[in-house]
Every structure is written in structure tokens, then in C-alpha cells.
Design a binder for this molecule. Structure first.
Ligand code: HEM
Length: 132
């Protein structure tokens, strides 16, 4: 039996390693660009999403127990501080999670892993909320 998600690099492996995370992030930003509910958070980003995609995929690498690819390239990060200049309330938080939920549905993951990941991601998403 493989290790439960959240133990060592189990989540990183279940996510398809860095290649899988890059695909997840690509689909995540694809939904952000098309879902009407995400318009308000898309507009917070620079029009060229290349750097945002690279940063999120690298962040998720260490976050899922894989290599510290964000730190390697950009140095240490605190998720709430990295978002403190943005107006994030529950609407923005939920729009972010909606894009992620839709992106997760497109990945060749086990359903229990999708559910695990969205539940875990709702923790940092809530920590980014700085109003309401
Ligand atoms: C709660 C809703 C969220 C919104 C609306 C949001 C929005 C954004 C925006 C607009 C940026 C670009 C900031 C800029 O260029 O100034 C950004 C950066 C970033 N976000 Fe989020 N985000 C959210 C949640 C999250 C979560 C939950 C994570 C991690 C699991 C995350 C990871 C990152 C990372 C790693 C960066 C790059 C930070 C840097 O430039 O150093 N975000 N986010």
C-alpha cells in the first residue's frame, strides 16, 4: 500500500510530480481566464501569466512534499504575505478554489486525491483572505 497523502512525498507523486503540477496549474489558469466568477481575480494578475504559472507550480511542488523548487528560484515565501497587497475576501477566495476544483477534475487523479487536495488548499486560500 502506498503512503497516505500528506506523508512524505506521497501527494507530490499522486499529483504526477512536477510535470503533473505544471499541467494542473495550466488548467487552473485556463479556468481563471474563462470562468465568469474568476474575472475579478484574473484582473489582479499581470496579463502575461507565465511567471504566475511558474511560481504556483513551483510552490505546489514543496507544498505537496516534493522538491523546494520555488525556494530554489525565488527564495522563501509566506503565502499570506505574498497576497497582502491584494483585496481578497470570501468571493475572491472561493473563485480561486473554484478554478482549482475545475482544474483538478481534468487531471488523471484518483477521486480521493482530488478531494484531499481541494480540502488542503482551502487552508492557505482562507489564510490569504484579508477582508470581510
Ligand atoms: C485566495 C485566493 C487567491 C487569490 C485571489 C490569489 C491571487 C494571486 C495573484 C493576483 C497573484 C500575483 C500577485 C502579483 O503579481 O502581485 C498571486 C501570486 C501567488 N499566489 Fe495566489 N492567490 C490566491 C490563493 C493562493 C493560494 C491558496 C496559493 C498557494 C496554495 C497561492 C500561491 C501563489 C504564489 C506562490 C504566488 C506567487 C507569489 C510571488 O510573487 O512571490 N495563491 N496570487
Amino acid at each position: 500500500m502506498s503512503a497516505p497523502y500528506g506523508t512524505g512525498d506521497a501527494s507530490y507523486l499522486a499529483a504526477g510530480q512536477f510535470e503533473g503540477l505544471v499541467k494542473l496549474v495550466e488548467d487552473f489558469y485556463g479556468f481563471m481566464q474563462t470562468l465568469p466568477q474568476a474575472k475579478l481575480i484574473l484582473e489582479m494578475h499581470s496579463p502575461d501569466l507565465t511567471l504566475s504559472k511558474d511560481k504556483l507550480a513551483r510552490f505546489l511542488s514543496a507544498w505537496t512534499g516534493g522538491p523546494s523548487l520555488f525556494k530554489e528560484k525565488f527564495g522563501p515565501i509566506s503565502i499570506p504575505s505574498a497576497h497582502s497587497h491584494l483585496a481578497i475576501g470570501s468571493t475572491e477566495r472561493d473563485a480561486w478554489l473554484l478554478c482549482m476544483e475545475q482544474a483538478l477534475a481534468l487531471q488523471p487523479y484518483e477521486q480521493d486525491f482530488r478531494e484531499y487536495l481541494i480540502k488542503q488548499l482551502s487552508v492557505p486560500a482562507e489564510r490569504c483572505r484579508n477582508r470581510e
